[in-house]
Design a binder for this molecule. Structure first.
Ligand code: NDP
Ligand code: 13P
Length: 319
């Protein structure tokens, strides 16, 4: 049995893909009324046009869902610690796969460390890479990274979670996978802002490239392998998110670039993560100029033209 905690767009899309491939899935969401409605209609407003297969058990009972051998954690990053804290069972020996992307603002940690602190006896892993929920739920193909420090558990998870349309590559470099997934959202905000402000495609390509350099710098500093950052979790997801209006982070950036408002109920992981990265970069003494500018933009501390000036006026250096 696979349990999915978080019945938003991504958790539901993963549940649909896995159930279609014959897995028994339990999908947990916090709102009893919403979950009852989802069970009755087999539909969700977060994935219009998608029918939830009968193989998905829909529940609002957290203790029940948390009993599954493999748990996919698909809640927003800034709520992960709270959600895990609400599970009273220790989850010893259970495989906890973070499907969220970001860095916890309170602790400066990625999802695997948040899991390790909340449930020290569990086996943490991360599933990340280019994967819009709408694509996954429609059965469109993609490839993802499944990273787990325990190579044996990683191998098991790779087989449990791969389907005919989701091709999982395994890795033991959890830090590399987490940093790539977290930072690509920050870069997507930067690229959206760049396009929204009318700075053009050349500027966006430059931002993506320098953003990628920043991702690699932080990941390697934290002990990751550079080749992980060039994989699906880093470059793969960066390419997707910085170029598609299906990305919420990109659209949020566009709104910043146009000095327009943005619906605060939409999940935009890159905003809090930019602030977490800026704090981490300062603490560790790592230059992260694009992340710093995104953090300042999201906090309303600089305008889009001040952000551009800040990046362009940095001392000239070797690439
Ligand atoms: N959407 C996508 O294409 C992809 C998303 N992801 C990642 O998946 C994670 C979740 O995103 P996504 O599903 O898109 O987000 P959504 O906004 O679609 O859904 C978020 C879900 O989390 C629930 N939630 C929010 N706060 C809490 C809380 N405190 N306790 C319990 N549940 C809570 C919401 O419940 P409620 O409805 O009651 O508010 C909702 O079901 C993010 O980290 C994102 O980066 C990764 C790959 C692709
Ligand atoms: O992570 C994603 C695709 O891989 C989804 O991106 P957004 O959260 O920006 O929509």
């Amino acid at each position: 049995m696979i349990g999915v905690l978080g019945a938003g767009a991504f958790g539901t899309a993963l549940a649909v893909a896995l159930a279609r491939d014959g897995r028994q899935v339990m999908l947990w969401g916090r709102n009893e009324g919403t979950m009852a409605e989802m069970a009755r209609t087999r539909e969700t407003a977060r994935l219009p046009g998608v029918t939830l297969p009968e193989g998905i058990e829909i529940t609002a009972d957290l203790a029940h869902a948390a009993g599954a051998e493999t748990l996919l954690l698909a809640v927003p990053m800034q709520t992960l610690s709270t959600v895990l804290g609400s599970v009273s069972a220790p989850l010893d020996g259970q495989k906890l796969v973070a499907c969220c992307k970001g860095i916890d603002l309170a602790t400066g940690e990625g999802p695997s460390h948040v899991i390790a602190h909340a449930k020290p006896g569990a086996l943490p892993a991360i599933l990340t890479g280019p994967s819009f929920a709408a694509d996954i739920a429609r059965g469109l193909p993609t490839a993802l990274t499944l990273a787990c420090e325990d190579a044996e558990a990683g191998l098991v998870l790779q087989h449990v979670l791969s389907t005919k349309t989701l091709r999982l590559y395994r890795s033991t470099d959890v830090t590399g996978a987490e940093v790539g997934g977290a930072l690509k959202n920050v870069m997507a905000i930067a690229c959206g802002a760049c396009i929204g402000a009318g700075f053009g495609d050349s500027a966006r390509a430059a931002l993506m490239t320098r953003g990628f350099a920043e991702m690699t710098r932080l990941a390697v500093h934290l002990g990751a392998k550079p080749e992980t950052v060039t994989g699906l979790s880093g470059l793969g997801d960066l390419a997707l998110t910085c170029t598609s209006e299906l990305s919420r982070n990109y659209r949020y950036g566009q709104a910043l670039g146009r000095a327009e408002g943005f619906d605060p109920s939409v999940t935009v992981e890159g905003a809090a993560t930019a602030r977490a990265v800026a704090a981490l970069a300062e603490r560790e003494g790592i230059p992260m100029p694009v992340s710093g500018v995104v953090a300042a933009l999201t906090e309303g501390k600089v305008t889009i033209s001040e952000a551009l000036d800040e990046l362009l006026s940095r001392p000239l250096k070797e690439e």
